[in-house]
Write a protein that binds this ligand. Structure first.
Ligand code: CP
Ligand code: NVA
Length: 306
């Protein structure tokens, strides 16, 4: 395991699959691991809102016998000018793990540089690696494995899209993405995914046509059009993403047994219709549950307890 979990790209070949195997075991036999992190603690630092990330880390740590400590950026001295480096050094004296959700990606990187305990990325403006683990676990559960599957992502080339693309490349899962012009995935992450895909045989395709991306896919995925921190762009984005709603017609172009995925929270009538997200193909609540199983696996691996 790497020292920190900041990007899926930190994982060596085989480590992603191994985390998913452990997550499946944790889901199947939670009681067998209830003391695995007894006496350990995790600091959970949030600059942005969260429902799933906060509660799945808190509940997951408690299920492993450890203690979560919620840290709002609004309450810490960081808001009054204490440096990230000093905060990292101090928090490392109290807790065994740190998780951060930040605006700037560089904040998580800087925290990891100065922390003496493992740091987990719980979402930045650029990446959301914990989400990607849950996404792939959900596909694995549905199809009994990952190899040979294809995930189609429709919408903004954002943090969720970046991490999902990198995870697919790392795990040998084909990935196609359709984004409106101007909202493509960042070139540096496309290059990174391309490099990983060359080693695993994953196909990575980008384009602007949702129908082409979804054609024959095993899973169709969408995320919000306006991410946290982009609220002032909302009106423009609503116009620019017109035609990128995942609806029943788009789902009918995917494979017959295709599932629908969304990291949540979702906006019915924007990036997905109610008929899809509340329909029989939707696995979004399994996906949300899987955040907890996969993050328990990450915490155990970072602390070398499994
Ligand atoms: N998917 C996700 O990260 O949800 P929260 O913003 O509720 O944590
Ligand atoms: N792209 C979204 C994901 C939320 C879990 C955001 O950053 O707001």
């Amino acid at each position: 395991m790497p020292e920190h979990f900041i990007s899926i790209a930190d994982l060596e070949e085989g480590q992603l699959e191994s985390i998913l195997e452990l997550a499946l075991e944790l889901e199947a036999r939670p009681q067998a691991h209830r003391d695995a992190l007894r006496g350990q603690s995790i600091g959970l630092y949030f600059e942005k809102a969260s429902t799933r990330t906060r509660v799945s880390f808190e509940a997951g740590m408690a299920q492993l016998g450890g203690q979560p400590i919620f840290l709002s950026s609004r309450d810490l001295q960081i808001g009054r000018g204490e440096t990230i480096a000093d905060t990292a050094r101090v928090l490392s004296r109290y807790v065994n793990l740190l998780m951060l959700r930040t605006f700037e990606h560089s904040t998580v990187v800087e925290m990891a540089e100065h922390a003496t305990v493992p740091v987990i990325n719980g979402l930045t403006d650029e990446l959301h690696p914990c989400q990607a683990l849950a996404d792939l676990m959900t596909v694995h559960q549905e199809f009994g494995g990952l190899r040979g599957r294809r995930i189609a992502y429709v919408g903004d080339g954002n943090n969720v899209a970046h991490s999902l693309m990198i995870a697919c490349a790392r795990a040998g899962v084909d990935f196609s993405i359709a984004s409106p012009p101007g909202y493509e995935v960042a070139g540096k992450y496309l290059d990174l995914a391309g490099g990983l895909a060359a080693g695993t045989g994953a196909g990575i395709e980008t384009g602007t046509d949702p129908r082409a991306a979804a054609a024959g896919a095993d899973a169709v995925y969408s995320d919000v059009w306006t991410s946290m921190g982009q609220e002032q762009e909302q009106e423009q984005r609503l116009a620019d993403f017109d035609g990128y709603t995942v609806d029943d017609d788009l789902m009918s172009r995917a494979s017959d047994d295709a599932i629908y995925l969304h990291c949540l929270p979702c906006h019915r009538g924007e990036e997905v219709t109610a008929s899809v997200v509340d329909g029989p193909r939707s696995r979004v609540f399994d996906q949300a549950e899987n955040r907890m199983h996969t993050q328990k696996a990450v915490m155990l691996r970072l602390l070398d307890r499994a």
